[in-house]
Design a binder for this molecule. Structure first.
Ligand SMILES: Cc1cc2nc3c(=O)[nH]c(=O)nc-3n(C[C@H](O)[C@H](O)[C@H](O)COP(=O)(O)OP(=O)(O)OC[C@H]3O[C@@H](n4cnc5c(N)ncnc54)[C@H](O)[C@@H]3O)c2cc1C
Length: 464
């Protein structure tokens, strides 16, 4: 066993028991062999692992929930700081705050919060890690009412590249907190997140309505008009796909090309029923499954559609309203889908997301109307992998003229220009200044990287 001074977790190297499992991430395409995986149980372990990597010149990958589609939570030959054993959650119902350790999944935070009728806006799959999702922004069912996950991040505890342990929050390292709200894992390793929580549930009015793909243009033109007026309590997500084999969906629809509009109304149920009436009245759906459901059930409803170990390739864009052109391209390419598991999600943005100032956080493009995420999905060993990837690339090319930006958490390994596009030039420069202050050597480079600015234009250090 490797000796890492001050480290009390498990350091797993090639050949050790558990190495094969520990190097696996959610995306089955990723097959990397780190020199060592440090399974950390505390901030002290994280600092010790960072010190060891520095002393041995090892590149550092950081793992929260392991869901990053690019697989940056593992590296070839370097050291993985694996926070996944850190799963403690503390809820303070008095202040409506939740403190969660960096290895938590959304299911952990959702469960703990609901014991007090509280929720932090998170993602739509409950086995996603809170760490990566929060640091990139965090879009999900509650965002239009209560903001992004990052908007609800009050404070964070972090280990920086020099091994220092800092807390950033109100009045402490304010610029660092600004950067953590959307700037990703570039500035250090967060060991705990402190969130504002909101009264939600126990039931929400939620679920999908499903129509045949043939009527998608009509459904989506109605949808475009309808969502202009809906209140922020309602968030919707459109899915274009073959109907997934979810227990909630009747078996005779599985595999049929469909357009689904999924809803979550996080407010009084009677009011939600009124708001959703026009959607439910829209002619001849195959099935309507909107019903009062426990908040926790809705958070896990999509879990089986994105299991660990399948293969994934994503292309994504933020857009304005769904124009006829966009609707046409989305429908047409869904007809040509090559894998029964592939799909496209269209998140409805707006509401509280757009009410926060564009420069208030690192998360960008707050006025985009939609976030479109094209997911090519196939099982390991599928001989048609290239076709599935090509399907996603072609659909992306068709919607690219409508693109206004991209969400950093939906980026694959797409190169530095796409990372810049996620922020725009001014914000990117501000993020670089934070990078200069907290990680000038780019120790945290295995991510959607914001490199330090070239030495000649570096600003004064802002380490407070
Ligand atoms: C099935 C699925 C559903 C998703 N749904 C949503 C959704 O609804 N909304 C949404 O906004 N996003 C969603 N995402 C995208 C998600 O936000 C990103 O994949 C995110 O990176 C996942 O975080 P993680 O901790 O699980 O990832 P990991 O792969 O563990 O980490 C990804 C990157 O985050 C950084 N990071 C992780 N932990 C830390 C840490 N402790 N300190 C500093 N940096 C860290 C590192 O740079 C790391 O490379 C989804 C992803 C998947 C796979």
């Amino acid at each position: 066993m490797m000796n890492i001074p001050g480290f009390t977790g498990e350091a797993i190297a090639p050949g050790d028991a558990g190495y094969e499992e520990a190097r696996r991430v959610w995306n089955g395409v990723i097959d990397r062999h780190p020199a060592v995986i440090t399974r950390c149980h505390s901030a002290v372990d994280v600092a010790a692992a960072v010190g060891y990597a520095r002393d041995h010149d090892l590149p550092i990958a950081v793992r929260g929930g392991g869901h990053g589609v690019a697989g940056s939570a593992v590296c070839e030959g370097g050291l993985v700081v694996d926070c996944s054993p850190m799963r403690d959650v503390q809820v303070d119902p008095g202040t409506r705050t939740i403190r969660a350790a960096a290895g938590c999944l959304w299911a952990d935070v959702d469960r703990a919060g609901q014991q007090y009728g509280l929720a932090v806006p998170g993602g739509i799959v409950s086995h996603t890690g809170i760490a990566g999702l929060t640091l990139g922004g965090g879009i999900g069912w509650l965002m239009r009412k209560h903001g992004l996950t990052a908007d609800n991040l009050l404070a964070a505890e972090i280990v920086t590249a020099d091994g220092a342990r800092l807390r950033c929050g109100a009045g402490e390292h304010g610029e660092l907190l600004w950067a953590l709200r959307g700037g990703g894992g570039n500035f250090g390793i967060v060991t705990a997140f402190e969130y504002r929580a909101h009264p939600v549930g126990p039931a929400v009015l939620a679920g999908p309505v499903i129509w045949p793909l043939d009527v998608a243009p009509r459904v989506l033109r109605f949808y475009r008009q309808w969502i202009r007026e809906v209140p922020a309590e309602l968030t919707t997500i459109v899915k274009l796909a073959r109907a997934p084999a979810l227990p909630a969906i009747p078996a005779d629809l599985h595999g049929r090309p469909v357009v689904m509009i999924s809803c979550c109304y996080a407010g009084p149920l009677a009011e939600g029923t009124r708001v959703l009436r026009p959607l439910r009245a829209l002619g001849a759906p195959l099935v309507g499954l909107i019903a009062p459901r426990p908040y926790l059930e809705n958070q896990a409803l999509n879990d089986p559609t994105a299991p660990h170990g399948w293969c994934y390739y994503w292309k994504s864009a933020e857009t304005g309203e769904l124009s006829d052109d966009l609707i046409g391209a989305l429908t047409e390419h869904t007809r040509r889908i090559t894998s029964p598991r592939s799909y496209t999600l269209i998140f409805q943005l707006g509401g509280a997301v757009a009410e926060v100032g564009e420069n208030a956080t690192a998360y960008s493009h707050r006025h985009a109307a939609h976030n479109i995420n094209i997911n090519a999905v196939w099982r390991p060993g599928d001989p048609d992998e290239l076709q599935h990837r090509e399907w996603a690339r072609r659909l992306f090319a068709a919607i690219a003229p409508h693109q206004r930006g991209v969400y950093v958490n939906f980026l694959s390994d797409e190169g530095p220009e796409r990372v810049r596009a996620a922020y725009g030039p001014e914000k990117f420069a501000r993020l670089q200044a934070v990078k200069d202050a907290y990680d000038p050597q780019n120790a945290f480079a295995l991510n959607q990287n914001i490199p330090p600015s070239p030495a000649e234009i570096r600003l004064q250090p802002m380490h407070e």
